[in-house]
Design a protein around this ligand. Sequence first.
Ligand SMILES: Cc1cc2nc3c(=O)[nH]c(=O)nc-3n(C[C@H](O)[C@H](O)[C@H](O)COP(=O)(O)O)c2cc1C
Length: 369
Amino acid sequence: MALKLLSPLRVGKVDAANRVFMAPCTRLRADLDQTPTPIMAEYYAQRAGAGIIITEGVNPSPLGRGEHNQPAMYTDAHEVGWAPVTDAVHRAGGRIFAQLMHVGRITFPELLPGAANPVAPSAVRPDPGFRGYSIRCPRHDRPFPTPDALDSAGVAREIDHFVEATTRAIRAGFDGVEIHAAGGYLPMQFLSSATNLRTDSYGGSIENRSRFLMEVIEGAGERVGAERIAVKLSPGFYFNDVHDDDSTALYSYVCQRLSGIGLAFVEVSDYRGRHSEDGIDPIGLVRRNYDGVVVANGGFDQDSAEELLQSGAADAVSFGGSFIANPDLPKRFETGAPLNAPVRSTYYTSPTGHFEVGYTDYPALSATP
Ligand SMILES: Cc1cc2nc3c(=O)[nH]c(=O)nc-3n(C[C@H](O)[C@H](O)[C@H](O)COP(=O)(O)O)c2cc1C
């Protein structure tokens, strides 16, 4: 039987050649001023066989940066720097969305303009014992500072940064953007009850906590069309020390609000296997409450992904580690070829600082002896 994974899928106005998407993966190969480097075009073009590539997290705002060498989309230079990336992917027959990622409180003043303090919905410090993030960047193995609560002008400004970055992304040739509302970063810090203690219209009730995300999506959709906007959610997963009182109620509401507006897709991560830390089933929750294309993510291999699609629980599956290590992942699924194993030590720039190591040097099938 033909693999459903390899069948085409219409996503907004994009025809994806297959349902094997590339999940967003931060790789830290941009310039220090956050402009994409030429090797990033090569890396993404190698992976153009994906139904849709979702890029690594791209910072929409100067205050959204969480790492050195992370790419961004808030200056003309960034926009110009992304154009060769989207062009290379399109010339290779692929489709590419930019993931807009604002880290909020998960950063340090040394990474922000004028050594500014990190910003967040409320002045809630990430648990000093939390070390999940610093695993990936040993030089950050120290507690995060207490962030400044955004005032109402600050909230409006950061929403506007998302909208402007979306506009820039489309001008730079992206087929769409994905708003990163997962992983404990800024939009999820607004969604989650433990990190959002605001008493204005952006905090308190579920409706109010969802307002930041909804205003980003509505603002971006007005500029470029809702069919070019996607969202990533991770219901019930508490990476980066977020927590929610009632993630089922929260994400049911969010998914219902995201329905009926014609978004490209919702990507939903279940990082712990098929159930979140809350014991809820994030993929099922999104499927039940959202009326559009659902992209499932988290720990899938070919067989479990195919089984999920055959069951109707999702429309596509995104792969992170497998796509990092296998530039031609859909081809390998088609031919039953073995997979290269990802090398974690080179996920975020190699120890020697050579960007190509563990990045563009994973062999494609034809080059595999
Ligand atoms: C090296 C690496 C970097 C990642 N960076 C991001 C990121 O920038 N944005 C994001 O939403 N998820 C990020 N993730 C999570 C992946 O998108 C994905 O959710 C996760 O790897 C689970 O999928 P997998 O089991 O297929 O790898 C990253 C994962 C890895 C391995």
